[in-house]
Design a protein around this ligand. Sequence first.
Ligand code: P6P
Length: 322
Amino acid sequence: MKKGTKLPEFLTNSGNLELAKLLISLAEGCKQIGRFVNNAAITGITGSTGTTNVQGEAVQKLDELSNNILMDYLRASETCAGYLSEETEGIFTLNPQGKYTVAVDPLDGSSNIDVVAPIGTIFSINERISGHGEVNEKDFLQTGRATKAAGYVVYGSSTILVLTLGQGVFGFTLGTDDLEFYLSHPDIKTPAHGKIYSINQGNGVKFDEPVKNFLTYCTTIDNETSRPYSLRYIGSMVGDLHRNLLKGGIFIYPANKGTTKGKLRLLYECIPMSFIIEQAGGQATDGCQHILDIKPEELHERSAIYIGSRDMVNKAMEFLKC
Ligand code: P6P
């Protein structure tokens, strides 16, 4: 598919018209989210709603708005049966005859809105397994290997949709004149090795010894392996992973003495990002097993994650010795 192809044409050519219809609706919703993000400081929808979500985290006004926008657009697609979000405790049936379920983080990294750091929408799409009618939790609690499509939209210096349907990873940049997504990154492959490591070093005192030992490896001088690596961490998973996807690197959010299963959510952060990175030639584990092989037990369960360049994740696993 050549650069400049518009998203609807790319999706229609994929051959799955129901999935194309769902993704076009999802992309339209993300365009709306991008508009509100860009105007937030003018319209005053920065800051928190004063409520906390199922994760116990402060809900930003834009989190709630983004969630409502995505539910409306996915309901209108008529192909989305069920919806799960970081911002909603349970699951929702949007179209009882729909074929797909969508798990989303509507606005990941939203605490960065006020300081204009890259933030994003992350999504993972499965085929429902409950036939038709009301969706149930089993429709969502599938391993990442069952994923039909996954992607994210990063709202940064430009708005880019990164998408995989299971046959490679493609990036689409939003044109600011006509608000169309244009294919700008055909067939993204992540470098097998990079020079960036991304982790919240401030949690260092809580890291287990093997993690500390790997970080010492990353910061030891060794010209042959281009070490010391550079630490790049902006506290926004979509921003950190988009950079590392294109340039190479490893992103780590480990389990530690404080968060025994890590912080990031398996269904709508770790699995979609891991599906994308594997499609781009990288890999993702929880420190022991591939993220995509984990059998989810709960809708909002968390997981440790080591994700990025294949060789760098392999090296980290050597230190973790599961
Ligand atoms: P910490 C944002 O809140 C988020 O869910 C991810 O986008 C980001 O990678 C992580 O949390 C940052 O967490 O504990 O380093 O602030």
